[in-house]
Ligand binder design. Structure first.
Ligand code: HEM
Length: 192
């Protein structure tokens, strides 16, 4: 299914298997990276803090790689039309949340990487390789990027709470099949 066929009206009924798997793998990574990001700067300096910093940065960069695949899958296989059971407000709000999250899975890792470059901290990805610096060393730039990373991180957490709340509401209160569109078929929840 391509973007062109979508416009012609032949929308897929649910997300493609590749899109579903990528959605859940990225969700697991982000749900690990976000709390790590909040906890680690508040820990006392030491081995645990260093480990968490490394894991946060590595998994954040994994999210960036998976984000490229996720968007490619969206273009290759298309996305289902908004569910008919949604009100106009819900349709606009859910599309806005989905697009914001898609932008943030690129922006958060890129801003994190850029801030580390400006700080000149080496970013090793799971000890496998080291990322190149993408910016010159600059303390002011680091301050701005670190601030942006924090603000966007909390915005992302707020959008995620709304997104997860909406998904659970559709799956277990309204039981209208919206959650099933993103679940593997054998995990589908009962609909009314
Ligand atoms: C999906 C990807 C990512 C998410 C959702 C995320 C989220 C966050 C959040 C919520 C914080 C807490 C900020 C605070 O409370 O001060 C944080 C801190 C931090 N993150 Fe990330 N992050 C991601 C990727 C990355 C990457 C790829 C790097 C570096 C390569 C990175 C480097 C840092 C650093 C160094 C901090 C500590 C605060 C600072 O000094 O800027 N993050 N992150």
């Amino acid at each position: 299914m391509t973007e062109t066929t979508q416009q012609e009206g032949a929308w897929p009924q649910s997300y493609a298997a590749a899109s579903k798997w990528l959605h859940w793998i990225i969700a697991a990574c982000v749900l690990a990276v976000l709390p790590m990001g909040i906890v680690m700067p508040r820990l006392p300096e030491g081995a645990l803090q260093n480990e968490l910093f490394d894991l946060h940065r590595s998994t954040g960069m994994l999210v960036l790689a998976l984000a490229v695949l996720r968007v490619s899958a969206r273009y290759a296989f298309g996305t289902p039309a908004p569910a008919r059971s949604l009100t106009r407000f819900e349709r606009i709000a859910s599309l806005a949340a989905h697009h914001a999250l898609l932008v943030l899975i690129f922006l958060m890792p890129l801003v994190g990487w850029a801030s580390m470059s400006a700080y000149r901290a080496e970013v090793s990805v799971y000890g496998l390789f080291t990322l190149p610096n993408i910016l010159p060393k600059d303390a002011t730039l680091y301050g701005v990027l670190s601030w942006a990373h924090t603000i966007l991180g909390y915005a992302m957490a707020a959008i995620l709470v709304a997104h997860i709340g909406g998904a659970l509401m559709h799956g277990f209160i309204r039981r209208d099949g919206v959650l099933n569109r993103m679940l593997p078929k054998r995990l589908a929840v009962r609909t009314d």
